[in-house]
Every structure is written in structure tokens, then in C-alpha cells.
Write a protein that binds this ligand. Structure first.
Ligand SMILES: NC(=O)c1ccc[n+]([C@@H]2O[C@H](COP(=O)([O-])OP(=O)(O)OC[C@H]3O[C@@H](n4cnc5c(N)ncnc54)[C@H](O)[C@@H]3O)[C@@H](O)[C@H]2O)c1
Length: 356
């Protein structure tokens, strides 16, 4: 039964690093209430419940899903459990916000899509960059035709030292390295802003040359909640060319570690009427009166701001659950992005271009 004016009762499954941004956003949302948290690590779940004011604590997600009061869940666990928990949650009648990547494999993503269709419940994929204020502004420029036909996009997300270790570098739990962890975001945001064209073919390369470089001293980097450098069987860098049926192309490269001078993030789109950079900061390029102009929208966050974007993502999820709007990142898009990621890994493994 749909919510009728009372607050949406939410559970957050997985209470590690990223869950803090979900929990804080729910805590601040006037239409949501944190009914429960759940983590395999009970101390972590208890600490999250205390900090963010969740009413109940679970260590088994099935117990949380059996809680009849809960209407919606955020899934912030390791990638290998996203499909299993999403399907169980949908079957238990809960709406789902699933962190990226939606799944490790295309088969899992198809099973999640089937569960969404069978259950009639909502699944929002955690493509948080779609919800950033700067992307919302750019989308309005693009929808109004300011870029014309976008025929080329280029995205880079390079860490020179940033293998987070723990489950991130254990392929059985993560599904891969920087491609599935970082590439998922920048491939998705380009594809979304290009108007989600149909993929024609993909060619990719992955490299395991530098290891996790846990020996490096005097330079700090992002680490998983349970950091462990002893296991690392994921790629440390990847690149790809994605061709679309409409003739457009996307070129992407990512790394957990690389002999680069510094970390780098850039997301650029080029159309026949104008261009745009989403990162490192929003700017729109075009012509006026035979002159090239670079337009800098005057907005609070011209670059990705995690607090702002997660706040907006969760507000959108809550509003979608309450029937006020449609999600911007539906399961179908999660499946298509999973197809692209899988094809890049397959192309790298076989040395061949993958036809869609
Ligand atoms: N949107 C983003 O920008 C962004 C950023 C970081 C991480 N993420 C995603 O969020 C997810 C979590 O990443 P993280 O950095 O918080 O990792 P983390 O290791 O810090 O936390 C994961 C937590 O999940 C718990 N967990 C794992 N399996 C569980 C299960 N079956 N039931 C209950 N708890 C379980 C672990 O005990 C741990 O506390 C990943 O899928 C990651 O890709 C997204």
C-alpha cells in the first residue's frame, strides 16, 4: 500500500563508508524516517544507529526485510550482494535504492530487472552524478538544444595512488577494479547526457602492471572500511572506446593507480552547436555573434559535491517512493551500463571488439 502522508520508513543495509551520506540525507529529509540499519558488523551498525537516530539494528538483511514497517531500503554493501539483496527487498515489497554498480554481471542485472517488473516496486540505481545540481542545470541546456547533436564525449577518472584495498580489490566481491568502481560513474554520466544512445560496439583494455602500491609512504588515499592490502586481483587501469548506433562515440580511461603527475577527473561532451565540461567544473561552450564564448553558470556547486549530490539523490528517491516523481536512474539504465562494463572486460580479455 502506498504511503499516505506519513513519513517513508527507510532501512539502510551496509553501514560502511558511503552509507554515511545516505544516512545523513535521510536524517535531514522531512518525508523520511530511519527505521533501521543493518551491517554484518554489529558494532558498525550500532554506531550508525546511534549517530543517525535509527530505531532498530539488524545484522542479517533478511531480518530487516521481514520488518513490516520498512517501505524502502538503501543498499550500501559490497558489490557482490547488490543483486541478491535488491531482489530479496523487491520480493519483500520494498522500494530499493541500490548503490552503484547495480550488479557484477549482466545475468544478475537481468534478474534484478525481472524482479522490479514482477514486484511493481521502484529500483533507483545509485548513479549519484545524475542528481548533482550542476548536471541538472546542464541537462536543461542540453534538452533545450544548446549543444545540438552530441557526437563525442570523453571522460577520465585517474587516481595515481588509490586502490582502496579490502573488498574493492577482491574481484569476487567487487567484480573488478577502477572500471566497475569509478568507470561506472563517468560512463553513465556521459551516456545519460548524450541521451542514452544505443551501443553498437565496444573495445577496451585493462592493465595490471603496478599492483596496489601499498608500499608507498607519505601519501594518503581512500581506503575501504576494512582495509586489507594483502589481496588484490583487480585491474589497476582500464580504457575503452564505445561506439553508438547514432554514430557518436565515448572514450574513457580510469585507474586505481598510474604513474600520473596527479589525480585527474574530467567529463567532456562535444556537440555540433556547443560543448560542455561537467568536470573539473561546469562550463558550456558555444558561439555568439561570430565569437566563441565559454559560459560559466553561476550556481552553488559547479563541480561534484558529494553532500549536495547524495542529498538530492535521496530526496529524489524518497519523492519517487511517495509517487511524486519518476526516478532519474531506473533499473533499465543499470542493466545497460552493466552491459557496457561487462563488454569492456570481455574485450580486454579477448583482445576483440564486442558487437552489441
Ligand atoms: N556512489 C558513490 O559515489 C559511491 C562511493 C563509494 C562507494 N559506493 C558503493 O557503495 C557500496 C559500499 O561501499 P563502501 O565504500 O561504503 O564500502 P565499505 O567497505 O566501507 O562498507 C560496506 C559495508 O557493507 C557491509 N556488508 C557487506 N555485505 C553485507 C551484507 N550482506 N549484509 C549487511 N552488511 C554487509 C560491510 O560489513 C561494510 O560495513 C559499494 O557498492 C560501492 O561501490 C558508491
Amino acid at each position: 500500500m502506498e504511503n499516505t502522508g506519513k513519513k517513508l520508513q527507510v532501512g539502510v543495509i551496509g553501514n560502511g563508508s558511503i552509507s554515511g551520506l545516505h544516512l545523513e540525507a535521510y536524517r535531514q529529509n522531512p518525508d523520511a524516517e530511519l527505521a533501521a540499519v543493518c551491517d554484518l558488523n554489529e558494532e558498525r551498525a550500532k554506531a550508525a544507529a546511534e549517530k543517525y537516530g535509527a530505531k532498530r539494528v539488524y545484522t542479517n538483511y533478511r531480518d530487516l526485510l521481514a520488518d513490516p514497517e520498512i517501505e524502502a531500503v538503501s543498499i550500501c554493501t559490497w558489490n557482490d550482494s547488490h543483486a541478491e539483496i535488491s531482489i530479496a527487498a523487491l520480493e519483500a515489497g520494498k522500494h530499493v535504492l541500490c548503490e552503484k554498480p547495480m550488479c557484477k554481471t549482466v545475468e544478475d542485472a537481468e534478474r534484478v530487472q525481472d524482479a522490479v517488473r514482477r514486484s511493481g516496486k521502484l529500483l533507483q540505481v545509485g548513479f549519484v552524478r545524475r542528481y548533482a545540481g550542476s548536471v541538472d542545470v546542464l541537462k536543461r541546456f542540453i534538452d533545450a538544444g544548446e549543444l545540438g547533436e552530441i557526437y563525442y564525449a570523453k571522460a577520465t577518472c585517474l587516481r595515481r595512488l588509490g586502490n582502496p584495498g579490502g573488498w574493492f580489490s577482491d574481484k569476487s566481491r567487487s567484480g573488478g577494479g577502477p572500471l566497475i568502481d569509478l568507470g561506472v560513474h563517468i560512463i553513465d554520466i556521459c551516456w545519460y547526457l548524450m541521451g542514452r544512445p544505443k551501443v553498437k560496439s565496444i573495445s577496451g583494455n585493462t592493465y595490471r602492471k603496478l599492483g596496489n602500491r601499498a608500499h608507498i609512504q607519505n601519501l594518503s588515499f581512500y581506503k575501504a572500511a576494512d582495509y586489507d592490502a594483502s589481496r588484490n586481483d583487480v585491474e589497476d587501469a582500464a580504457n575503452a572506446v564505445i561506439r553508438f548506433e547514432n554514430g557518436a562515440s565515448l572514450i574513457v580511461d580510469v585507474s586505481f593507480t598510474l604513474h600520473a603527475v596527479k589525480d585527474e577527473i574530467s567529463v567532456k561532451l562535444y556537440g555540433d552547436k556547443g560543448g560542455a565540461e561537467v568536470e573539473p567544473a561546469l562550463v558550456v561552450m558555444s558561439e555568439k555573434h561570430n565569437t566563441i564564448v565559454n559560459v560559466t553558470p553561476q550556481i552553488d556547486h559547479t563541480t561534484f559535491d558529494a553532500n549536495e549530490a547524495f542529498g538530492r539523490e535521496i530526496t529524489h528517491f524518497v519523492n519517487s517512493c511517495l509517487g511524486r516523481c519518476e526516478t532519474l536512474s531506473p533499473v533499465e539504465d543499470g542493466l545497460e551500463v552493466t552491459r557496457m562494463l561487462s563488454a569492456i572486460y570481455e574485450s580486454a580479455a579477448t583482445g576483440k571488439e564486442i558487437q552489441f
